[in-house]
Design a protein around this ligand. Structure first.
Ligand SMILES: [Zn+2]
Length: 50
């Protein structure tokens, strides 16, 4: 579920993002991009640890 995935920006460490179909790649299957610096968001696997 997309709603349960947490993303973190590798550039500014922000956690706010939006989805864009234009940014979908193999590493970014949901097309999530940082709203601040437009960097490709990385899935934060720490969110699954707890
Ligand atoms: Zn960012």
């Amino acid at each position: 579920m997309i709603q349960n995935i947490k993303y973190q920006c590798p550039s500014c460490n922000g956690c706010q993002y939006r989805f864009s179909v234009f940014n979908i790649t193999a590493k970014n299957p949901h097309g999530a991009n940082c709203i601040f610096c437009k960097a490709q968001m990385m899935v934060s696997y720490k969110a699954f640890a707890s």
